[in-house]
Structure formats: structure tokens, C-alpha cells
Ligand binder design. Sequence first.
Ligand SMILES: [Zn+2]
Length: 206
Amino acid sequence: MLTREDPMIVNALVRQALSSAQEVMGENGLNAVLRTSGLERFIGSFPPDNLEPSIQASEYAKLNEAIAAFYGRGGRGMLRRIGKASFQYAVREQAALLGIAGIALKLLPEKQRIKFILNSMAGALKKSNPQVKAWVDDGGEKLAYMESTCGICYGRESDTPICHLYVGSITEAVLWASGKEYQIIETHCLAKGDPYCRFEVGEARE
Ligand SMILES: [Zn+2]
């Protein structure tokens, strides 16, 4: 396990995560996991939509872990659904932060559109916190979204990749940009001891 800094996550992103989790899990479900992850202070009281520091990555990771534990075998699917909802929330409520306000992608080739939205996601994270290291790798055969400061798996260890919420967000982002549901595969994860979390854009589902 690499030791890394415990970066802060800003209010706007915590608000996005909590709103999406509540949408998918219901208020009682969300409140239960807020209690088990030591985040009771957010029960009935979401942070404002601004870029002030809110919680530490380690706390965000605990929330993800608590959701996985709450649903057991269904945890992965729930986290993906929350991730999808959080990208939709960002499009609806945080278009400026995401850098998509007034953008028309129609005329670009599909790969460029996908690259655009992945770069926008990385850019929004970096705008919210300069400590974040997120980027798009377009050097290989497949496009991949990378982050070496991932908050979802912060301080967690696993034999398999665990950033299911991220997979959901990227799936939804690529769908938004291309109109197609692509398979997103987390090939590397910091929780496995890899130097970054890597999400590969696989094949489009027909
Ligand atoms: Zn991760």
C-alpha cells in the first residue's frame, strides 16, 4: 500500500455524491450509511454547492465502503447506479464546473467527444482541488481515464478493483458524449497496489 496524502474533497462534490446516493438509496438508506461511516453530520444537512473543503478523501472512501457493506453482493451495482446519478447531477446542477455549459459536440467524431467529456471530468476535479492528479490517456489502443489521487479507494485494500462509483460516472459520461453505452473496465486500482486507478473505455454495447 502506498502512503499518500489525504486530500480534501470540496462541498460541491460531496453534495453531488450525497444527492445521488439519496436518489438511488432513499433517505433512510443514505442515513444508515452516513451513520456507519461517521458522517452523521450530513443527515438532513447537505453541504452547499461551493468549492470550500468539506471532507477528507479517507472519509469519502469510508462512505463508499459503507454503501458496499450495506448492500452486500448488490453493492457494486448500487455504487454504479450512484455514480451514474452523480454524473447526471453534475450535468444538471454543475455544468459550469464540468465545463460543458454551451458546448455542442455533434460535429466531432465519436472518439473526440468521449475524450472531451473525460477531459472535462478530470478538469472539474482539478478545479475543485489542485492536489488532484487526474488525466486522460489516449496513447494506447483504448482511451482511458486515470487518477492517482482517487478518493473512493483511499486507504482501502483489495485484490480486485473497487471504484465502482467511478465506473458508473464514467459510463454515464461516455453515454452523454457519444449516445452509446460503452463498457467501462477498471483495469488498475490504487487499492490493489497499482500506482493509479485506470478506467478503460471498452466496446460499445449494441
Ligand atoms: Zn480508486
